[in-house]
Every structure is written in structure tokens, then in C-alpha cells.
Design a protein around this ligand. Structure first.
Ligand SMILES: NC(=O)C1=CN([C@@H]2O[C@H](COP(=O)(O)OP(=O)(O)OC[C@H]3O[C@@H](n4cnc5c(N)ncnc54)[C@H](OP(=O)(O)O)[C@@H]3O)[C@@H](O)[C@H]2O)C=CC1
Ligand SMILES: O=C[C@H](O)[C@@H](O)[C@@H](O)[C@H](O)C(=O)O
Length: 316
């Protein structure tokens, strides 16, 4: 296996491996399954893990890290790049540092490498089960929330801060108040949702993009088989003796972004790492660029089709 390339982020001294293992599983996996998968992933070479308060996988990941250290799979926690996310129910100035500390407690870590605002809305109730009723959805107080995120970084609770599911418009708002600009915007991106406009915008602002659901989140309630069963990708895969998943992941990587993809299957997680010692031809890239575009994960499909949510979806 070729080594995993790394990318440097703004305002962060630690580089990030360009591929990370996602830990949002459907249906939510139990602790043993998750721990076993993460340990297998570490053995396979993964060093970057993506979790969120909302996934309920922080504790599982924390236990897996502790076990990996006990087993000597890694010598130090510093060898890992760990991302977690501020849930919308804690998206208020004075709740952010405590929410970050709660995640660190779940993870049994002193710091995370990256802390992201999960979604550009605030929920006025502690709720993890979605969709939610419209009365509890509110616009984000961008200034207050970003100050809270900056405080997390200044306190050393996280090495870098960023956002997720933010449009160009929302990013402009963050940039207009930020002392520390967001290092990352984590968004859905794959061959059928290529995010050209957002990518161009982020490039000019020095914000790195991480692609989530690069395989279209097949077999989850928020995704489908539009990538895994895409004929164009399948034809390229056949001709190149790769899998459709590898073609999709390689395409994402070749766009200069990083990616987080989830597999708890030992063979598939290894398969997903085998994308760094070959490349797509100009003709193959061209065919993929021309694929019809359709957003898969909308905020409305998660939070419910409420006015504010639909408005935010329309901005992306
Ligand atoms: N910030 C945000 O709002 C969001 C962030 N994320 C993050 O991104 C991560 C990845 O995105 P996710 O939505 O999980 O979707 P992915 O596109 O990574 O797809 C995951 C699904 O694909 C399957 N799979 C994995 N590898 C292969 C393969 N080689 N061939 C066929 N099927 C495969 C997995 O099943 P199996 O395990 O059985 O292999 C799983 O069902 C999440 O886990 C989460 O950490 C995701 C959504 C939103
Ligand atoms: O309800 C569905 C799931 O929890 C979904 O909201 C999350 O997995 C989200 O897509 C994410 O990963 O950030």
C-alpha cells in the first residue's frame, strides 16, 4: 500500500492525512463493533478518524484509541488526527467550550485535532433524534459561536477549528468576524455532487474542503446507491481493474480535497485506502466531470423541511 498523503491546514501545525475513517454508521453500531472496526482500521494504516457528538461514537472511538495504545498499534495519541463536531443543541457562545470539553471526556482525550460546527443552525433543545420540530430551529449567531470555537483553540482543546455544511454565504459571515479563519469546511462531495462553486470559493479563501459521503452513503438512511451503482464509474472501474468505490474516492482525492469515508468491513476499509498509487486519465476525469449532478444529503432531509432549513439548503 502506498503511504497516505497529508495536507496542511491553515492555523494548524499538525498535518492531516487526506483520508479519514468516518464513524457515522447506520443503524448505529454498538461499541464492540465500532471498536473492532477502528482497531482494524489502525492496523490497515488509517490515522485520521471522524466523529461527532451527534453520532454517539465518541466514546467508542475513545476506547478504541486507548486499546490501540495498550496493544502498541500506535506509540502515542499524537500519531492520530481526530475530528469531532459541535452539535447544534450547543451552538451558543457560552455552551461551546463546555460542549468541546464534554466531547473530550467522551473521547478520553486532552485535545482533538479538529473541532467543527456540525451544521449552520442552532437547536434550542438538547435533541439528537432527527427530524426536529420547527419551533426549536434558529439561525446561528455566527459571531458568538465562532468566538466560542476560537476560545476552544486558544485553550488548546483543539488544534484547528472549522465548519461543516456551510455555504459560501455562511462562510463569508464567519470570515467577516473571524480572528482565526476556519481551516476546513466538511461537506458532501462525490462524483454526482461535485461542489465546483464551493470548492472555487474555498480555494480563494484558504479553506480546505473535506468530502463526506464520498461513496454516496449507500446503505444508510441519509444516502443511496447512486455512486456504487453508477454505470460510468463502474465502466471506468472495470477498465482499470479497480472497484467503483475506488474510482469515486480517487476522483474526490484528485480534486485536491481530503475525504472521510466509513467502512466497518475489514476488506472494504483496506480497499478504500488503495487509491494513492494510480491515477485517472484525462478522458476518465472528463467523463466523471460530465455526470449529472444531484445533492444527496440535504439539511431538510435530516432536520425536516422547515423554512430556515430549506433556505440554507437553497444556498449550497
Ligand atoms: N459533517 C456532516 O454533516 C457529515 C459527516 N459525515 C462523515 O463522513 C463519513 C463518511 O460518510 P458516510 O455518510 O458514512 O458515507 P460514505 O459515502 O463513506 O459511505 C458509507 C457506506 O458505504 C459502504 N462502503 C464503504 N466502503 C465501501 C466499498 N468499498 N464498497 C461498497 N460499499 C462501501 C459502507 O458500508 P460498510 O461499513 O459495510 O463497508 C457504508 O454503508 C461519516 O461516517 C461521517 O463521519 C457523513 C455525513 C454527514
Ligand atoms: O439521521 C441521520 C444521521 O444521524 C445523519 O444526520 C448524520 O449521520 C449526518 O448525516 C452526519 O453524519 O453528520
Amino acid at each position: 500500500m502506498a503511504g497516505i498523503p497529508q495536507v496542511s491546514l491553515s492555523s494548524c501545525e499538525k498535518p492531516m492525512p487526506v483520508i479519514g475513517l468516518g464513524t457515522s454508521s447506520y443503524p448505529p453500531a454498538d461499541i464492540e463493533t465500532t471498536k473492532t472496526a477502528i482497531l482494524e482500521a489502525i492496523k490497515a494504516g488509517y490515522r485520521h478518524f471522524d466523529t461527532a457528538f451527534a453520532y454517539g461514537s465518541e466514546k467508542h472511538l475513545g476506547e478504541a484509541i486507548a486499546e490501540a495504545l495498550r496493544l502498541g498499534l500506535i506509540k502515542s495519541r499524537d500519531e492520530l488526527f481526530i475530528t469531532t463536531k459541535l452539535w447544534c443543541s450547543f451552538a451558543q457562545r457560552d455552551q461551546i467550550v463546555p460542549a468541546c470539553k464534554m466531547s473530550l471526556e467522551n473521547l478520553k482525550l486532552d485535545y482533538v485535532d479538529l473541532y467543527l460546527i456540525h451544521c449552520p443552525v442552532r437547536l434550542s433543545e438538547m435533541i439528537q433524534k432527527t427530524p426536529v420540530v420547527k419551533e426549536i430551529i434558529h439561525p446561528l449567531d455566527v459571531k458568538g459561536v465562532w468566538e466560542g470555537m476560537e476560545e476552544c483553540k486558544n485553550l488548546g482543546l483543539t488544534k484547528a477549528i472549522g465548519v461543516s455544511n456551510f455555504s459560501c454565504k455562511m462562510l463569508e459571515e464567519v470570515l467577516s468576524v473571524a480572528k482565526i479563519p476556519p481551516a476546513i469546511n466538511q461537506v458532501e462531495m462525490n462524483p454526482v455532487w461535485q461542489q465546483k462553486h464551493l470548492r472555487e470559493f474555498c480555494k480563494t479563501k484558504g479553506i480546505h474542503i473535506t468530502a463526506y459521503s464520498p461513496l454516496g452513503a449507500n446503505n444508510t438512511k441519509w444516502g443511496d446507491n447512486r455512486i456504487i451503482e453508477n454505470d460510468v464509474l463502474a465502466d471506468i472501474a472495470k477498465a482499470r481493474e479497480k472497484t467503483t468505490a475506488q474510482v469515486a474516492l480517487r476522483w474526490v482525492y484528485e480534486q485536491g480535497v481530503s475525504l472521510v469515508t466509513k467502512s466497518y468491513n475489514k476488506e472494504r476499509m483496506k480497499e478504500n485506502l488503495q487509491i494513492f498509487d494510480w491515477s485517472l486519465t484525462g478522458e476518465e476525469l472528463d467523463k466523471i466531470t460530465k455526470l449529472p449532478q444531484r445533492k444527496g444529503v440535504t439539511l431538510a432531509s435530516i432536520l425536516g423541511p422547515h423554512d430556515l432549513v430549506l433556505q440554507l439548503d437553497a444556498e449550497v
